[in-house]
Design a protein around this ligand. Structure first.
Ligand code: SAM
Length: 290
């Protein structure tokens, strides 16, 4: 099979099927063999792995995945791509299942149970950027058994996932991702590696899921409500953001006391707190409001 990572081969397939790119589906196909090889290497794919690919497009990365993994499940929303995948670009592989579905509507837990007996899978994808956050958070929050996620995302989103406290990129997404996984940017990818070229720079980031949650928090949902409130009003003090948040019910006195107990200044902003500090802050507030 001629690799689609070579631009002429991608162009030939697009012409053969009169394929029209759908902007609303975030379709930017990879046309760089080095980037494709790097993604496969960084994801550490072996024949023991079951891989979930989100958005195979015309099957460029799927071909590499089929060569290296035990089994590949590829979920593609665009029905016009399905005949290209099944009858052409992936027709010679017997270790791939193509599902024509919206990834956000699919029961991935059930799929992993059916296909891999509930054992952890690896997720690899050149993501449609318009739904990066819901896809990642959906995978984590629904507790899909996952070993790692290696994905192409918008560069600034990758930077936010990997950011340190107190930096401009640090925010609710950073904390949510780092609560579940260890992130590492493994490649920067310029727009000319895609067809058509996106307007933004991209990066490949690998998220390795923690074996054990890195913090001890009594109420996960409450902690994320506090984090959201803290970053909703980023320039306000933590005290004011939490007190003003309509979904939270803590009194000013309770917040003041917890900050004191933790040895934090009353004027501190949420953007400098680490995940461990947000967990402790949450636990102490819950204790105080009992
Ligand atoms: N993997 C291919 C590649 O690297 O060349 C295509 C990547 S392209 C950035 C994103 C792909 O995700 C497109 O094929 C698009 O149709 C598909 N897609 C967009 N929204 C989706 C959704 N909600 N569920 C499943 N696939 C989706």
């Amino acid at each position: 099979m001629a690799t689609l990572g070579i631009p002429q081969n991608t162009i030939a397939i697009l012409q053969k099927y009169d394929f029209v790119f759908q902007k609303r589906f975030g379709q930017n196909f990879l046309i760089d063999t080095h980037v494709l090889e790097k993604i496969i290497r960084e994801a550490g794919i072996t024949k023991d792995d079951m891989v979930l690919e989100i958005g195979p497009g015309i099957g460029t990365m799927t071909q590499y995945l089929c060569e290296n993994a035990g089994k590949v499940i590829a979920v593609e929303i665009d029905k016009n791509l399905i005949p290209i995948l099944t009858q052409d670009t992936l027709s010679e592989y017997d270790n791939v299942r193509i599902i024509n579905e919206d990834i956000l509507k699919l029961d991935i837990n059930q799929l992993v149970e059916e296909e891999n007996g509930g054992k952890p899978i690896k997720v690899v994808a050149n993501l449609p950027y318009y739904i990066t956050t819901p896809i990642i958070m959906g995978l984590f929050e629904s507790h899909v058994p996952i070993e790692s996620i290696t994905i192409m995302v918008q560069k600034e989103v990758a930077q936010r996932m990997q950011a340190a406290p107190g930096t401009k990129d640090y925010g609710a997404l950073t904390l949510a991702v780092q609560y579940y996984a260890v992130p590492k940017i493994v490649a920067n990818v310029p727009p000319n590696c895609f067809m058509p070229r996106p307007n933004v720079a991209s990066a490949v980031i690998r998220l390795i899921r923690h074996d054990q949650c890195p913090v001890n928090v009594r109420d996960e949902k409450m902690m994320f409500a506090i984090i959201r409130a803290a970053f909703n009003q980023r320039r306000k003090t933590l005290q004011n953001s939490i007190h003003n948040a309509p979904e939270l019910y803590f009194t000013k006195e309770q917040i003041v006391e917890v900050l004191e107990q933790m040895g934090l200044a009353q004027t501190i902003r949420g953007e400098v707190l680490s995940l461990e500090q947000f967990a402790e802050f949450t636990n102490r507030l819950i204790e105080k409001s009992k």
